[in-house]
Design a protein around this ligand. Structure first.
Ligand SMILES: Cc1cc2nc3c(=O)[nH]c(=O)nc-3n(C[C@H](O)[C@H](O)[C@H](O)COP(=O)(O)O)c2cc1C
Length: 378
């Protein structure tokens, strides 16, 4: 077993399924991943988009449905693994989403798309793991220093996300298009070196999970050899039976070719990776999509000036509408060839990881008791 411990909580599989909004990772996917011993993560982003009252009262619908989805994920997981919720710092009503998730019994809150400097204040006195998503050592140092000084606490784990991830990215469009961003393996080494001195001050480990383009068990093994304790993977989980998005989204991933995957800029100026769907091509050509109704999603979005409504485009994708959807995906989406069941995918990844560790000379390749050295991973 690759057991990772967080106090009373444990994961037997070193995989976090990354939160995917809107509507891509809700109860079914996160519950299935947790049931396999990993961490299943729901996305808080418009978790209520399927509700009848979403149009009229989006925030209320989201809070209610998020709580229900967390409870359902727990039922599916049957006490195995962990259930987390991804709440983006950039979303409106951030504090309420965090509090609702904690109240509903989430094991962990994972927060990126901005620096979650205030996150501990929304979970004060609550037994919940808190984790930032960062794309540099500088960001994680800033968060650790700030949390330690202001709240006397440190992250329970950290996700380091590289440039090959899907959705909003912590790199400039130039770095992404020019492929000059620091490679994930280097970011992992930087972030591990940055968090270790903080971890020493409290006498416990701060596990680091590597994200962005992770595709095989060999990739997981290589990142572990760089110091990661595990990985966060998202795109591969889209093409699963249990993924909460419509089959049309899953098929769009399977059909995508390498040249179909590119960078788009969201209405708030953040670059993101997505399939270059007909919708993305229309926006890139300067067509301004009609915004029917603003449901207050990202902070800093001005509907009057926005080229399109990101909520509408992501909901269209979740419903599988090829023409009008914004289909976020990681850089390796084109390698996905078929829909699997979550347990089949995880078993395959773990077999590959074991094989990689055995080939690198581990005596017990099926456990993480033995650290791999960086040089072993070539
Ligand atoms: C469809 C999709 C939606 C995503 N939505 C979110 C989100 O709401 N919040 C977030 O922090 N990250 C989001 N991400 C990023 C993932 O959680 C993950 O870190 C990243 O995609 C990992 O790279 P991979 O997809 O290559 O495995 C999204 C990614 C995808 C593909």
């Amino acid at each position: 077993m690759y057991e990772i411990e967080f106090g009373r909580r444990r994961m037997a599989v070193p995989i976090i399924q990354g939160g995917m909004g809107i509507g891509v990772s809700l109860e079914r996917l996160s519950g299935a991943v947790a049931a396999c011993g990993g961490m299943g993560v729901l996305s808080a982003a418009h978790a209520g988009y399927r509700a009848e009252d979403f149009g009229a009262r989006p925030v209320e619908a989201n809070m209610r449905e998020l709580g229900t989805a967390i409870a359902r994920a727990r039922q599916i997981a049957r006490g195995v693994g962990l259930i987390g919720v991804n709440v983006m710092v950039a979303c409106q009503d951030y504090a309420r989403y965090v509090k609702t998730s904690v109240e509903a019994g989430a094991d962990a809150i994972i927060s990126g798309a901005g620096l979650p400097l205030e996150l501990p204040s929304f979970a004060e006195g609550r037994d919940v793991l808190l984790a930032p998503i960062v794309s540099s050592a500088k960001a994680v140092k800033l968060i650790c220093r700030s949390w330690q000084t202001r709240y006397n606490r440190l992250p329970d784990f950290v996700v380091v996300e590289g440039a090959e991830a899907g959705g909003h990215l912590g790199f400039s469009a130039n770095e992404l298009v020019g492929k000059t961003a620091r490679p994930l393996a280097d970011l992992v080494r930087d972030v591990v070196a940055a968090v270790n001195p903080f971890a020493e001050t409290v006498g416990r480990k701060i596990p680091v999970f590597a994200a962005g383009g992770v595709f095989t068990g060999k990739d997981i093994g290589e990142l572990m050899a760089c110091g990661a304790d595990g990985v966060q993977m998202a795109t591969r989980f889209i093409a699963t039976e249990e993924c909460d998005a419509d089959d049309g989204f899953k098929q769009a991933i399977i059909d995508s070719r390498e040249e179909d995957i590119g960078i788009v800029v969201s209405p708030v100026g953040m670059p993101a990776r997505a399939i270059q769907s007909p919708f993305v091509k229309r926006v890139a050509s300067g067509v301004r999509e009609r915004i029917v109704k603003c449901v207050r999603c990202l902070r800093g979005c001005a509907p009057a000036d926005a080229p399109y409504c990101i909520t509408q485009a992501l909901v269209n994708a979740a419903k599988g509408r090829r023409e009008d959807g914004l289909f976020f995906c990681g850089a390796n989406a084109f390698r996905v060839d078929r829909i699997r069941k979550v347990d089949e995918l995880i078993a395959e990844l773990m077999d590959e990881l074991r094989a990689f560790r055995a080939a690198a000379g581990c005596v017990n390749p099926g456990t993480n008791g033995e650290a791999l050295r960086v040089g072993d991973a070539s």
